[in-house]
Design a protein around this ligand. Structure first.
Ligand code: PBG
Length: 335
């Protein structure tokens, strides 16, 4: 009697060949698990008070601070490309301690929302960054108490006012990004009380204190000294990111966001599995700048790297991606 047991050729049968499904482009397309569509992409855009021509942002080659006119033209193009939306950031001429330009109906962001909605109507979802950092002279996302700390609850009142200003200007979706506790709840109540219950909230829920925001600080002429570690999250904490997202859903967030994207793909995945609302991820300025800088040196294939980056964020579980490549990616995807 043989005691040798089965030889390998007896047990494995035909060799299992995953490569069969990679043989042709059509097969690969057929079995692709993840897709990136223009409709899932949101283009963040900067508009600066007082500009008559767009101004390039050196650390973000290809991205500009728009004038009001150039913004209108660019959003019309975004709509024609079939993007999901635009996220507007305003840069006022004058910053002050309370960020008063943020709530002024004639403040740059409120005017820009109005312009953009007039230009694109309902063909594009118009979103606004709801935060004070572009408007305050100290550069923090909130109001300071006398000891120089960011005062959570005083800031909430300012956010409520800002939400109403954006809603009056016609925005579809406000995006609170200041990481104050309770911001979604306060904004939801303010909107509902003013009969803006149709304005939705995209919450920057799990927003980390990240070094990758560097180029953005140029983009909005930030005056911040120090950092945002007392309100933005510690990069060590993934479980806490899920907690923040769940809190925002409970407070009425329509979409929750993880930011940055690439160094936090595990958080994107965990949040996707924990909530039943759409999940967004913000492919931020530093992530953009790294790829553009390497591509400018000829060190990577830019277009391929862009599409692979967006695919990775979708694969991690994001339904929506905010990316400075939104328009370019839409063109690449249409090829
Ligand atoms: C706050 C805000 C920031 C970004 C988006 N909203 C800056 C910050 O939190 O420091 C960063 C976006 C990017 O880096 O691309 N208004």
């Amino acid at each position: 009697m043989s005691t040798a047991g089965l030889e390998p050729q007896d047990v494995v049968g035909p060799l299992i060949r995953p490569r069969r499904l990679r043989r042709t482009p059509a097969l690969r397309r057929l079995v692709g698990e993840t897709q990136v569509h223009a409709s899932q992409l949101v283009l963040p855009m900067f508009v600066r008070e007082g500009l008559s021509e767009p101004a390039p942002i050196p650390s973000m080659p290809g991205v500009v601070q728009h004038s009001r006119d150039s913004l209108r033209a660019a959003v019309a193009e975004a709509a024609a490309l079939g993007l999901g939306g635009v996220m507007l950031f305003g840069i006022p001429l004058v910053k002050d301690a309370t960020g008063s330009g943020a709530v002024d109906p004639a403040g740059i962001l409120n005017l820009a929302i109005n312009d953009v909605v007039a230009e694109v109507g309902e063909s594009l979802t118009v979103m606004s960054d709801l935060c004070l950092d572009e408007f305050t002279d100290h550069g923090h996302c909130g109001l300071l108490s006398t000891d120089g700390q960011v005062d959570n609850d005083k800031t909430l009142a300012a956010y409520a006012e800002m939400a109403l200003a954006h809603a009056e200007a016609g925005v579809d979706m406000v995006a609170p990004s200041g990481m104050m506790d309770g911001q979604v709840e306060v904004i939801r109540h303010a909107l509902d009380a003013a009969e803006f219950s149709g304005v939705s909230i995209l919450a920057y829920s799990a927003k980390y204190a990240s070094a990758f925001y560097g180029p953005f600080r140029d983009a909005v002429n930030s005056t911040l000294e120090g950092d945002r570690s007392t309100y933005q999250q510690d990069p060590a904490n993934a479980r806490e990111g899920v907690r923040e997202a769940l809190l925002d859903v409970a407070q009425g967030a329509d979409i929750v966001m993880v930011k940055p994207a690439l160094a936090y793909l595990d958080v994107v995945r965990r949040v996707r599995e924990a909530v039943d609302v759409p999940v967004a991820a913000y492919n931020i300025s530093g992530e953009y700048a790294m790829v553009e800088a390497a591509a400018a040196h000829g060190w990577i294939d830019r277009d391929a790297a862009v599409l692979e980056t967006l695919m990775s964020i979708r694969r991690a579980g994001a339904d929506v991606i905010l990316t400075y490549w939104a328009a370019d990616a839409a063109r690449l995807l249409a090829r």
